[in-house]
Design a binder for this molecule. Structure first.
Ligand SMILES: [Zn+2]
Ligand SMILES: [Zn+2]
Length: 157
């Protein structure tokens, strides 16, 4: 199959995979780790950061299989890793300000931020990240604390 189709296709499929992982794993049996991400930030790293460490193993495996002659899986690994990099930028850097870097404000990224804010307020939909089409409503009353602020006072202020 054409490498471009494999890369773009696997990137697109990953939004569905990440939706399912967030909804049924991280808010299911994995809540023991994910809960740390919905609580106020206390340290530079949170237990939830173990998820991307685990998920990166999928990319490593795909690249390993690609290097063994299964080229198609290597290209899928490129798409999966590209999705992971975009997720990392959008979620950790743009939405939660976990790195002290300036980022451009774009309408698309602001839509993602507001969608994710609803997730943090409701612990429910939307679970999607780069294309959060399933909408939700903030069920909990708004608090003075910004649910998206994951900055650590000693690092950022
Ligand atoms: Zn978040
Ligand atoms: Zn969540």
């Amino acid at each position: 199959m054409n490498p471009i189709v494999l890369v773009v296709g696997s990137f697109a499929v990953m939004e569905g995979v990440s939706y399912a992982a967030h909804r049924w794993v991280m808010h299911g049996i994995g809540l023991v780790w994910h809960r740390s991400h919905h609580a106020p930030a206390r340290a530079a790293f949170e237990r939830n950061d173990l998820f991307p460490v685990c998920f990166s193993a999928v990319g490593v495996l795909l690249f390993a299989l690609g290097s063994l002659g299964l080229d198609a899986l290597g290209w899928v690994g490129v798409g999966v890793t590209a999705y992971g990099a975009c997720y990392l930028f959008v979620h950790e850097v743009y939405i939660h300000h976990r790195l002290p870097v300036r980022v451009p404000h774009l309408a698309y990224l602001e839509w993602l931020r507001e969608s994710h804010r609803i997730h943090h307020l409701s612990n429910a939909e939307p679970y999607g990240m780069l294309l959060p089409l399933v909408r939700g409503e903030a069920r909990e009353p708004r608090t003075t604390r910004d649910p998206l602020d994951r900055r650590i006072p000693s690092i950022h202020r």
